[in-house]
Design a protein around this ligand. Structure first.
Ligand code: ARG
Length: 458
């Protein structure tokens, strides 16, 4: 241990049992908080000096000392000490080693409880911003592909059965719609995280005349928290962010699944760049979409992080409890997994090469225009339910032939309302363009949507 005492001080005679110490220590994972811990401590020390609680010279020594300690811990010149429990005690002990007495004044009017709450909020805010950037980068890749595939048609599916033809651009932009809502959820979680808890102390604030707003402002927070017990005792900001991450990951898992299907020999709709595929150690011909599968599989992990977090906080009495230390790893894991998967998904989407012929061949088989037959009859005054029934009957009559190849006589045998103009309705591209409503796949609608999203992404 370094020259300074650990958190236990002289209240204790002996050291912690070694196994207990290992379980108690968080430095293995909370070292990521280092830059936030240091920024928070500098803001705190400068406020203490401005309020006349410590001297200006001590605050300057603390600031310079913290910067040195941060650089040395980050470079590995100083090693992390498990016996010092956590990032906060490691930094403070090294600061005292470095600058002596001035360092012993840093923790005035502060507890590790409001300190860790602060660090975690700063971490969550920085990561939320990074996630938003990564979401927008993936959206950008989707829009770029969509622009090249406005006129690429493929079957749209329900129940994984061919249903109706759509534009590939429209299909890709469905993921943009999910991701734009995810972006909103992450921003929303960040909005409620944006309050400084510093000054809440261990649980009941501090008798010193501190200036909470000054610290908050220096650290970039919009507000200060309004209840000291709550500020040190809750982690709902982390739960909210991880919940948003879980939904991002669920959406990525759907995209991953779609890539797995599309790149299979059965579909053959697309190829993912080699940078995102693996081979088999046994079968030399294999090119497996491992990364798409991993992006799919990681959803279980991030959802698990959310379950862990919310379960840890459930039932805790006010205010701080050490259980809260257990909320850190799921938060880091969720955020860091989502960031990595967003970047890999962006690369995979950008690398996609689509097989237009395979896609249009898939449209040509499976009666994808059966709904058009029904809608055509509706335009002739036939009630939809009856039209649906007639179209279904025609699918049965057609058997292995496609509806488009039925002769007019055959159609008229099913219903007298059929006329020559039905041909126009059986062409997939025209069928798509007739779906000319907001949110629909008609060419002009898709182009407008691409323009809207591009403007939004800037
Ligand atoms: N490492 C601790 C955590 O993550 C810091 C707060 C410790 N506070 C305490 N009273 N033991 O929660």
């Amino acid at each position: 241990m370094s020259g300074a005492k650990g958190a236990r001080g002289r209240r204790f005679e002996g050291a912690l049992d070694p196994t207990a110490a290992a379980l108690n220590a968080s430095v293995e994972f909370d070292r990521r908080l280092l830059p936030h811990d240091v920024a928070g401590s500098i803001a705190h020390a400068e406020m203490l000096a401005a309020q006349g609680i410590i001297s200006v010279a001590d605050a300057a020594a603390i600031r310079d000392g913290l910067r040195k300690v941060e650089a040395r811990l980050a470079s590995g010149e100083l090693t992390w000490d498990d016996a010092l429990e956590d990032v906060h005690m490691n930094v403070e002990a090294r600061l005292i080693d470095e600058i002596g007495d001035a360092g012993r004044r840093l923790h005035t009017a502060r507890s590790r409880n409001d300190q860790v709450a602060l660090d975690l909020r700063l971490y969550a805010l920085a990561q939320a911003e990074a996630i938003i950037v990564a979401i927008d980068a993936l959206r950008g890749a989707l829009v770029t592909q969509a622009k090249s595939h406005v006129d690429t048609l493929l079957p749209g599916y329900t129940h994984l059965q061919r249903a109706q033809p759509v534009r590939l651009a429209h299909h890709l932009l469905a993921y943009d719609a999910m991701l734009s809502r995810d972006r909103g959820r992450v921003a929303d979680a960040a909005h409620r995280t944006d309050e400084s808890p510093l000054g809440s102390g261990a649980l009941a604030a501090t008798p010193h005349r501190i200036d909470r707003e000054r610290v908050a402002q220096q650290l970039g927070f919009s507000e200060v928290t309004r209840n000291s017990l709550d500020a040190v005792g809750d982690r709902d900001f982390a739960i909210e962010l991880v919940s948003a991450c879980a939904l991002v990951q669920v959406h990525l898992s759907r995209l991953g699944e779609e890539l797995v299907l599309w790149t299979s020999q059965e579909f053959g709709f697309a190829k993912v760049g080699e940078a995102y595929c693996s081979g088999s150690s046994l079968m030399p011909q294999k090119m497996n979409p491992d990364l798409a599968e991993l992006v799919r599989g990681k959803a279980g992990r991030v959802v698990g992080d959310w379950v862990a977090l919310v379960t840890i906080v459930k039932g805790l009495p006010l205010a701080y409890n050490k259980d809260l230390q257990e909320t850190q790893e799921p938060l880091y894991d969720a955020v860091e997994t989502v960031l990595a998967c967003l970047e890999v998904a962006r690369g995979m989407v950008a690398s996609l090469q689509f097989d237009r012929d395979r896609m249009s061949a898939a449209i040509a088989k499976g009666h994808l225009v059966a709904t058009e037959v029904a809608d055509y009859l509706v335009t002739k005054g036939v009630p939809f339910r009856e039209a649906h029934d007639v179209a279904g009957h025609l699918v049965r009559v057609a058997g292995s032939r496609e509806l488009g190849s039925l002769a007019l006589d055959e159609l008229r045998a099913a219903h007298p309302a059929f006329a020559d103009d039905v041909r126009d309705w059986l062409d997939p591209a025209r069928a798509i363009d007739r779906r000319d409503v907001v949110g629909g796949p008609a060419r002009e609608r898709v182009l407008a949507e691409i323009a809207r999203i591009e403007a939004e992404l800037g």
